[in-house]
Design a protein around this ligand. Structure first.
Ligand code: 3HC
Ligand code: NAI
Length: 691
């Protein structure tokens, strides 16, 4: 075996050359990997005795794509295009031997090889769209030539990783090797190709499938319509479609030029910068600086949940979904039956949509046992309290848990605002107490805020992180403060939205501005969905707030057919003159002079204070890093991924501009707009939050 560079070796098995890449963690196509491939192929091509060349990888995966961290930097070494051309033009067959994932540039390299062999567990995909990109190394031109236009459209716009067996059926791979015999299998496959004198298949020259789609515009019109909803606001899906269109309507070389041009537009734009940032932020959030990798992980193989209401039910489903048994406690048999009934119904609805089988429904519901006796939790590894948001009640429950839970069990609260330290102080073991703030619907929403109390042990935090990963959540560790990170920032937006409608905007104008920014819905549509009467009491209503007025008028939101909006029987919303009248009267009564409010002002008023609050959170150490705040907002509140989250967006706008805006607003309207001292510091000292 000869070393080509730090990440590449070459060796021979008989007349077969084997180039092995070893660039952990994922063999991304960094400059050394490209260089290694280029030199390795050169050597093998020049070796008069070599009859075929295999490209294989060490470690967990085949090449998982271009090195994302290299984007935006001066290119070094041979370009990917040069490497690919060199592979495709080889005078002897080149075979990609795939395990793990062949993704993005990795699959694009494999598609320039003449053959591909994969182990059954391998997956192939072009996930660039998730980074706001398109496959920029010929992928959009080669893929449809192999799998056809429809499948190619689906793959490039979803970024889906396709299992090897399906790849074989689609023609993306030519052979499946034994799971633990890729090297041997690929050598045998190479020998077979040589002995059968099989041709050097160049995908770039295979035109049948793209030509078959030429002139059929409906494919693209229908496809665009089918993804319109999930692609709203994103540039990359449309650009990917245009590239596939280019493959259909142009020669390969022309198509490559179009792909290149569109790729460059995306890679230099802010959407992709935001999405690439989010990719790394999502991995960074799992790293807790003071928690060493060897921190003890406690077991979490039996779960207790207290309260079978909205949250308790959803939380339980997360565990049952991955085969972990749950015991739910309710205060009465009636509530328990109701809660368990809702869980079953949710599962049945999912099965009716074909997402799980009816067998799964039985398996999962069987894993969730109900009880009205809290002592039944005495053997649980992790107990999550999800009763009403009432401090006295939660305190009582934690006192009881202290008496009944086994030693070392994790005691968690799902409170959305109460002081986790105060709750922990009810027990003799505050080091075992933590906040696990799930979001509603808890079985669907990906975010979990892990609220680390003053005394919570590292082991409990580390276990909570591991548990979150095992149930498919994105977890962010946050500190104890009112609203933690997510809701604390949300409160800023809500306050300004409420003020804006009294100053002159209508709820639908505020909602439209935020919807157009990229949120799935605005604050008033959201209130209607949740119910305006959450926390409202008819007997205590004074009519002092607009919410009181709306609730008193029976406008409780979607459930009563009207709230801030009026709804038809299909729950489509429309603006309502009655609400307009109520709001105008309310402004007059409180002597608030109404005026025209622009969309731009709505966005500034709603979004800038959120960014300022983010700085306060960082200053107080309630989030570990700015990117964690962004991850909370992307995963928990629908901040559009292509805007990167409030802190990233703030940087795009310019923190200096946001500071200036706050100072001016503070002078005119007071302390709601007082800038965070940390924002001032960051601006004055030019601190890079993401460095
Ligand atoms: N570039 C640079 N670093 C990468 C990377 C890439 N393409 N893919 C993964 N990494 C890094 C991660 O940041 C992480 O680093 P860390 O340990 O320091 O946090 C490490 O590799 C491991 O990644 P994961 O934690 O995600 O590991 P998993 O095993 O869970 O997942 C994976 C592995 C499925 C390969 C996943 O990392 C992934 O989806 N990667 C991105 C794949 C991708 O998008 N490829 C396309 C890139 S763009 C491109 O190719 C353009 C081309 O068309 C020109
Ligand atoms: P809920 O009212 O739907 O459910 C609470 C359940 O707890 C009820 O079924 C009630 O019977 C039960 N319960 C009350 N006392 C009990 C006791 N002593 N023993 C056993 N069960 C008891 O409330 P929801 O919405 O599920 O909220 C629960 C907690 O989750 C609250 O702390 C809330 O702040 C928090 N939360 C709520 C979110 C939401 O969107 N609903 C989001 C995130 C957190």
């Amino acid at each position: 075996m000869t070393s080509i560079n730090d990440v590449t070796t070459i060796e021979k098995d008989g007349n077969i050359s084997i180039i092995t890449l070893n660039s952990p963690p994922v063999n991304a196509l960094s400059a050394p990997v490209r260089e290694g491939l280029h030199k390795g192929i050169t050597e093998a091509r020049n070796d008069g005795e070599s009859e075929a060349i295999i490209i294989i990888c060490e470690g967990r995966t085949f090449i998982a794509g271009a090195d994302i961290s290299e984007f935006g930097q001066e290119p070094k070494g041979p370009s990917l295009f040069e490497v690919q051309e060199f592979i495709e033009d080889s005078n002897k067959p080149v075979i990609a031997a795939i395990h793990g994932t062949a993704l993005g540039g990795g699959l694009e390299v494999a598609l320039t090889c003449h053959y591909r062999i994969a182990v059954p567990s391998a997956k192939c995909g072009l996930p660039e769209v998730n980074l706001g990109l398109l496959p920029g190394a010929g992928g959009t031109q080669r893929l449809p030539r192999v799998v056809g236009v429809e499948k190619a459209l689906q793959m490039v716009t979803s970024g889906q990783h396709i299992p090897a067996k399906q790849c074989l059926e689609m023609g993306l791979v030519d052979e499946i090797a034994a799971e633990d015999g890729l090297r041997e299998g690929s050598i045998n496959f190479a020998k077979k190709i040589v002995s059968e004198n099989r041709p050097l298949v160049k995908i770039s020259e295979m035109n049948d499938k793209v030509e078959a789609a030429r002139g059929n515009e409906n494919i693209f019109t229908d496809f665009r319509a089918s993804i319109a909803r999930r692609a709203r606001g994103f540039l990359a899906p449309e650009y990917n479609i245009q590239c596939i269109e280019a493959a259909v309507n142009n020669s390969f070389d022309e198509g490559i030029k179009i792909e290149r041009k569109l790729f460059m537009e995306l890679v230099t734009g802010t959407q992709s910068a935001a999405q690439r940032y989010a990719f790394f932020a999502q991995r960074q959030v799992a790293k807790i600086p003071d928690i060493e990798p060897d921190t003890e992980i406690k077991p979490f193989s039996s779960i207790g949940v207290i309260g079978a209401g909205t949250m308790g039910g959803g939380i339980s489903m997360n565990f049952a979904n991955v085969g972990i048994p749950v015991t739910i406690i309710e205060q009465s048999q009636e509530n328990l039956d109701k809660g368990l009934g809702i869980i079953r119904k949710n599962y049945e609805n999912t099965a009716n949509k074909g997402r799980i089988t009816f067998e799964d429904v039985e398996k999962r519901t069987n894993l969730i046992k109900g009880s009205t006796d809290i002592n039944d939790l005495s053997n649980c590894d992790l107990i999550i309290e999800a009763v009403f948001e009432n401090m006295d009640l939660k305190k009582d429950i934690f006192k009881t848990l202290d008496n009944i839970a086994k030693k070392g069990a994790i005691l968690a609260t799902n409170t959305s605002a109460l002081d986790v330290n105060e709750i922990a102080a009810q027990t003799s073991r505050p080091e075992d107490v933590i906040g696990l703030h799930f979001f509603s619907p808890a079985n669907v929403m990906r975010l979990l805020e892990i609220v680390r109390g003053e005394k919570t042990s590292k082991s409990v935090v580390a276990t909570s992180m591991k548990m979150a990963k095992s149930i498919g959540k994105v977890a962010a560790v946050v500190g104890v403060c009112p609203g933690f990170v997510g809701n604390r920032i949300l409160a800023q937006r809500q306050r300004e939205a409420n003020k804006l409608i009294l100053e002159g905007a209508m709820p639908w104008e505020v909602d439209d501005a935020l919807f157009d920014f990229g949120f799935p819905m605005g604050p008033f549509a959201m209130s209607d969905l949740a119910g305006l009467d959450i926390g409202w009491d008819e007997d205590l209503s004074t009519g002092d707030t607009l919410r009181d007025k709306l609730c008193e008028a029976g406008r409780l939101g979607q459930k009563t057919g009207k709230g801030f909006y009026i709804y038809d029987e299909k729950r489509n919303k429309s603006p309502d003159t009655e609400v307009e009248k109520l709001i105008i009267e309310f402004s007059e009564k409180h002597q608030i002079k109404r005026r025209e409010i622009s969309k731009e002002e709505i966005l500034e008023r709603c979004l800038y204070p959120m960014i300022n609050e983010g700085f306060k959170i960082l200053e107080e150490g309630m989030a570990i890093r700015a990117s964690d705040i962004d991850i909370v907002w992307i995963n928990g509140y629908g901040w559009p991924m292509y805007e990167g989250g409030p802190m990233f967006y703030g940087q795009l706008i310019g923190y200096d501009k946001i500071l200036k805006w706050h100072k001016e607003m503070e002078e005119k309207f007071g302390s709601d707009f007082s800038p965070s001292p940390y924002l001032e510091k960051v601006v004055n000292e030019k601190i890079n939050l993401f460095g």
